[in-house]
Design a protein around this ligand. Sequence first.
Ligand SMILES: *Cc1c(COP(=O)(O)O)cnc(C)c1O
Length: 360
Amino acid sequence: MKHHVNFTPGPSQLYFTVSDHARQAFRDGIPSLSHRSAEFQSIVSETKAGLQQLLNIPENLHIFFTGSATEIFERTIENLVGKKSVHLVNGAFSERFFETAVQLNKQPLKVSAAEGTAAWDVAIPEDTEMIAVTQNETSTGVQLHNDLIRSLKEKNPNALLVVDAVSSLPYPSFDFSVVDSLFFSVQKGFGLPAGLGVWIVNDKCIDRAEQLQARGLSVGSYHSLPSLLSNGIKNQTPETPNVLGIYLLNKVIQDLLRRGIANIRRETDYKAVILYQCLAQHPHIKAFVSDPAFQSRTVIVAETGPHTAALTQFLQNKGLFPGEGYGSRKKTQLRFANFPAHSKEQYEFLVDSLNEFKIN
Ligand SMILES: *Cc1c(COP(=O)(O)O)cnc(C)c1O
């Protein structure tokens, strides 16, 4: 097969070790392993320990598995919100989180920022139970800084702070003294097949779910926090989970740990810098997010205007497959994921190719 690099944000390029791990998993019978077996429990335990190490997660936090990040939107609203959540919206994914609260009959407040920015003028009401932010808005390529996340918590200490980091982890590092819940799914920055979400919560989240339940509200069924917790302490899951997905996540985490998170972050920065530099100097295309303070390191969106189709074809001929623009921007933008699966050499080739692109 011709060399092919997938720059779509998700599913994205598979991490280069995944196919070998998957072959080994089938040889070892992982796909038919019982989720009540000691071997499964040890895979779960290793996966959680690996994540703690990779993302510097304190030991008193809980790590749970779900089917997707979209599922975690729903579980978060059910388990952390009686009525009032506030959603800082600046694109399609933050909007979707807000809509989930609407669909679950809560009374969420949406605070919008212009797309391509992360500048909210927020006065968050006193009685807010939960604040949701999307650390990396995949639809527009906008990233939030830790300062903003910290100041949200400092100004609203009573609200649980929930961070969607689906399209940035494992790159960012979080301060878990201000973040109450963090989540991602595996088909983006972890370079794995889709079908697994990871939900990290502290005890305040567990307490909240128990309080809602005590008030007679529904917190859902098998994937409620109390149910996830009672199974999770045994390194089990309420349902028959994606055992293969958890196994592969564990293997890739071990690979990333061997590579070193500091190296991964440094390489991510390098790749982002060379692509943004190329866009800043390019005669025909530019970065969609103009303020460098908001430019995502992990999903880089190019404004490609009338050249979108020609540029896509030009890159594909070289084996480079960009992601389409999101939603209505399909015909005018391209997105480039910058994940651990994308090598420096691939990014250098991408930048050289963009520089070669001429309009005749
Ligand atoms: C992709 C994505 C989601 C949804 O993830 P699924 O695994 O498809 O459910 C949520 N939030 C952000 C920011 C995303 O990029």
